[in-house]
Design a protein around this ligand. Structure first.
Ligand SMILES: Cc1cc2nc3c(=O)[nH]c(=O)nc-3n(C[C@H](O)[C@H](O)[C@H](O)COP(=O)(O)OP(=O)(O)OC[C@H]3O[C@@H](n4cnc5c(N)ncnc54)[C@H](O)[C@@H]3O)c2cc1C
Length: 617
């Protein structure tokens, strides 16, 4: 079994140098956090992932879950690993100390979360969903409910789920039919939910469901949806568990990936009374869910990124040890030995692809985490409003672009392993199957793309998108004096200007009689925005790395850098940052220009083709 490998060097760079943890811990909420906390936490999280979570990942994939006599069984090794997770206090790392959390910045929570998802995605989804439930309760519940639920969820003794989907209501939640009938100050729920991740299990003594449902007299559509808190077991006044609340698992899905967790069909109130408590106001459930949606979508981006990162680390390790073929320049030298595959240009190309996308994802996701920390803690109302707007624009990129690219990275991972990549004895095969779901749940990537051009471009009369563009321009300005990256600055500057004009063009088209054409190009536009965002992230990384490398080596001259990097880990890392930026900006970014031209040209094939013309049986 391949051991989990933590990408600690890049994690430290992103948290300390890009996200500037030292600035975050000066924010009022984190006054008890110190800057020497990060290293021991990351080391211990890496050990926990390697020794506890990682070894159970394959077991979960091979054994899967089952229902026996109405009880959902998960692999015993999962339950044991989860128990250790709870006992170690990991669940509450970035939660409110008033309810037993440690109150550390979300940035540190993201770093540990990345490791859980990388080492064992199927299991890691359980704490991630619980975090989402905690946030929803913090935002919408009364103080009394907070007292009942938060401590147990923050400790991980109880787990949370999100119950939105029904057979007829997937992307379109307006079609939800689950009924909530008022009964005193509670509601009786009846109906079915499907595809609920970790929807039932016995790893925790209680499971707390966030359920979208509709009151009998509710208006049609999303304006008639309410949000409910529905525990699997009732909770007595003294906090002990009461009767079963009739949330019954009626079956589990057989899936392409994430076999280790239960994706459940649930029936509520069919076999006995199922009682829920309203969160927020009647018929305002979607507003509540929307507040949660950015976080949930960012969580999915994080999952895609974490799996891509794991695939990269494994592929890199493999390429450094697998010996196959002679070096291209060995010529006819009879003495030349076969080399490790990392020496072949095509393998290097694929690894560099994996490296740049993984690093782009990590920078973007931690940047997003920092923005969330700012929004949750700052007293500066202007900064709060601007950063919230930025989060809105970044969300479809974090969810849609990152998860699309995760599949690509995982596919490269399989390719680097060759035939071994395709068989289940090696980890990259499972990662490629596991990552496919991220493009589907929490709003398909098609829906993300529509959100970007339909809502985000015009939000605040275009000011939100403009603020995002200005953040990129700020980095470009700051990078202008940096030696060694001059041509990169120029290229990113050009890309950002072109994106700005294109956004205006497609945004206008989306609000005109050419709307169908605009939406046909929504996904390419999301891809372009993601490409330019990653170019920005790589420029930012290079602008920090270049001066540090020059200082370490004494120059940026190629031979001198290579010589120093052979012996010095930091120099090797910084040189790797500049190589990443050059590769992304010079080799991958130009493909965005072709897509930009196609959008401007506005070909109408998608609008014009008739449904009957796609082919026939
Ligand atoms: C393993 C797994 C775990 C899941 N976990 C959860 C969970 O924990 N909780 C939960 O509530 N749900 C969960 N889901 C459900 C998931 O969120 C839905 O599958 C998803 O929202 C898509 O809905 P659907 O499957 O009905 O597809 P549909 O909505 O039928 O979509 C089919 C296709 O049509 C496209 N499409 C649909 N409408 C439009 C439109 N208006 N414009 C353009 N394109 C459109 C979609 O992009 C997609 O490509 C899970 C699903 C799976 C498979």
């Amino acid at each position: 079994m391949t051991e989990y490998i933590a990408p600690l060097a890049d994690l430290n760079f992103v948290i300390n140098e890009l996200s500037k943890l030292d600035e975050i811990i000066k924010l009022p909420t984190f006054e008890h956090a110190t800057d020497d906390l990060l290293e021991p936490i990351l080391d211990e999280a890496a050990r926990f992932s390697r020794e506890v979570l990682g070894p159970t990942n394959v077991i979960g994939d091979q054994q899967g879950c089952s229902v026996e006599n109405g009880v959902v069984k998960v692999p015993t090794e999962f339950s044991d690993a989860y128990r250790l997770f709870v006992e170690s206090g990991w669940q509450g790392l970035d939660c409110d100390p008033e309810f037993g959390g440690m109150g550390l910045p979300a940035l540190i929570g993201a770093a540990t979360g990345e490791m859980w998802q990388s080492a064992n995605l199927a299991l890691g989804l359980c704490p991630m969903l619980t975090s989402g439930t905690v946030e929803t309760i913090e935002l919408h519940a009364t103080d009394e409910l907070k007292q009942i639920y938060l401590e147990k969820l923050i400790s991980g003794e109880w787990a949370g789920t999100m119950d939105l989907t029904e057979p007829q209501a997937g992307s379109d939640l307006a079609a939800i039919r689950m009924l909530a009938t008022p009964d005193g100050d509670q509601y009786k729920l009846t109906g079915n939910k499907i595809y609920i991740t970790w929807g039932d299990h016995e790893m925790t003594e209680n499971v707390i469901h966030l359920v979208l449902a509709r009151l009998p007299d509710a208006p049609d559509g999303v304006r008639g949806i309410s949000l409910f808190l529905v525990p699997k077991y009732h909770i007595n006044e003294d906090g002990s568990l009461g009767e079963f609340n009739n949330v019954v698992c009626t079956g589990l899905e057989h899936k392409m990936g994430i076999h280790g967790n239960s994706t459940a069909s649930l029936s509520l109130g069919e076999k006995g009374e199922c009682v829920g408590t309203l969160l927020g106001k009647e018929n305002k459930g979607m507003a509540g869910m929307f507040q949660m949606m950015n976080e949930s979508r960012a969580f999915v981006g994080m999952q895609g990124f974490a799996v891509a990162s794991a695939s990269y680390m494994y592929a890199l390790d493999y390429a450094r040890t697998r010996i196959q073929g002679r070096h291209l320049l060995a010529g006819k030298d009879p003495e030349a030995k076969d080399v490790t595959i990392i020496n072949h240009p095509d393998v290097k190309r694929q690894l560099l692809n994996m490296k740049v996308y993984t690093e782009g994802m990590r920078s973007l996701i931690y940047y997003y985490g920092k923005c969330s920390d700012i929004v949750h803690t700052t007293d500066d109302e202007k900064l709060k409003a601007e950063t919230s707007a930025l989060i809105e624009v970044l969300t479809p990129i974090v969810k849609g672009y990152v998860t699309d690219k995760s599949l690509e990275v995982c596919s490269h991972g399989v390719q680097v392993y060759g035939g071994y990549g395709y068989i289940s004895e090696f980890p990259v095969e499972q990662l490629m199957r596991d990552t496919r779901i991220f493009m589907i749940y929490e709003g398909t990537n098609g829906i993300q793309a529509m959100d970007l051009i339909g809502r985000k471009l015009s939000m605040n009369k275009g000011e939100s998108f403009k603020y995002f563009i200005n953040q990129m321009k700020k980095t470009i300005e700051e990078s202008k004096g940096v030696e060694g990256i001059e041509s990169l600055v120029e290229k990113v500057d050009n890309a950002v200007s072109r994106l700005e004009s294109l956004a205006l063009e497609i945004g206008t088209r989306a609000r005109s009689d050419k709307a169908l054409n605009a939406y046909a190009f929504a996904h390419p536009f999301l891809e372009i925005t993601g490409d330019v965002t990653f170019a920005w992230m790589h420029l930012w990384r290079a602008s920090i790395a270049a001066p540090k490398l020059a200082k370490k080596v004494g120059s940026l001259e190629k031979e001198a850098v290579a010589k120093k990097a052979e012996k010095n880990k930091d120099a090797a890392f910084y040189a790797g940052q500049i190589a990443s930026a050059k590769f992304f900006i010079n080799t991958l970014l130009p493909s965005a220009y072709g897509k930009m031209d196609a959008i401007i040209e506005g070909d109408t094939s998608v609008d014009d083709i008739l449904s009957v013309s796609f082919g026939s049986k």
